[in-house]
Design a binder for this molecule. Structure first.
Ligand code: MF3
Ligand code: CO
Length: 254
């Protein structure tokens, strides 16, 4: 069931979104050579708690950290640990915060020091594919209109979208209906977008093929071919006009 949020619930989601977006920005600023992924996790945990919120991911289906840190060929769900970030890495940060009954959820991929031109292009295309999808995140369109716009932009640029993981509704639960895939199929469900819907649009984009593999830790998802991958996500509110970005990305680099 797709829930429509009331004005009051939207206020609460703005608050969760603000904290989540600030946590992403803080984590992104920490992405520098020599930092360990668990240092980022600890800082994010402290920040989210300092805001009176709870990290949405911590203990979610047994997930052991407050943030996902996915490096290079890791697509999503990288578990923070002793890994030391290196110059040239690309680092996807995914974070959620829960406060007053509602979640925020957002992600972005950051450059660690200087990175290759192709890695930079992957990050830029992934981010832009979100904004291509966002053009259809309005009443009068349907979920697959978003999906198609993301997929077409990514593929036009020579990259591929991940199929096994998708965007989703966000609210009292981190994952609600509807699913928001980054690709379309002939028989995809076609839910209408209505004001009051809050959804996470989150392209996961591989430089190479679309295939994935899950690591033995049970969480980390990598590209099957070892190619680089990037991720970009915001929680958004469907309105009677422009969508509202509840996890405001304006504080991120470019
Ligand atoms: N942020 C992810 C999503 O968008 C969820 C992370 S899974 C967790 O669906 F286990 F790390 F929480
Ligand atoms: Co999400």
């Amino acid at each position: 069931m797709i829930t429509l949020k009331s004005a009051h619930e939207i206020e609460l989601m703005r608050r969760a979104g603000k904290i989540t977006a600030a946590a992403r920005a803080l984590a992104g600023e920490m992405v520098t050579p020599g930092v360990t992924t668990q240092e980022i996790d600890h800082a994010v945990y402290q920040f989210i708690r300092s805001q009176g919120a709870v990290p949405s991911f911590l203990n979610y289906q047994g997930y052991p950290a407050s943030v996902c840190v996915s490096v290079n060929d890791e697509i999503i769900h990288g578990i923070p640990g002793k890994r030391v970030l290196q110059e040239g890495d690309i680092v996807s940060i995914d974070v959620g915060a829960y406060i007053d009954g509602f979640h925020g959820d957002c992600a972005a991929t950051f450059a660690c020091g200087r990175i290759s031109q192709e890695a930079k292009r992957l990050i830029d295309v992934t981010r832009q594919s979100f904004f291509e999808g966002l053009k259809y995140a309005r009443e009068g369109y349907r979920v697959p209109d978003i999906s198609r716009a993301v997929q077409e932009y990514v593929e036009k640029n020579g990259f591929s979208v991940v199929r096994e993981y998708v965007g989703h509704g966000v609210g009292r639960k981190m994952h609600e209906a509807p699913e928001v895939p980054n690709y379309v199929m002939e028989h995809s469900p076609r839910p209408r977008l209505l004001r009051g819907m809050t959804i996470a649009v989150e392209p996961m984009v591989n430089a190479g093929g679309t295939a994935i593999k899950v690591m033995p830790d049970g969480w980390t998802v990598k590209t099957a071919d070892g190619s680089l991958s990037a991720h970009y996500e915001n929680t958004i509110l469907i309105t009677d006009g422009e969508p509202e970005l509840l996890t405001d990305p304006s504080g991120l680099p470019e």
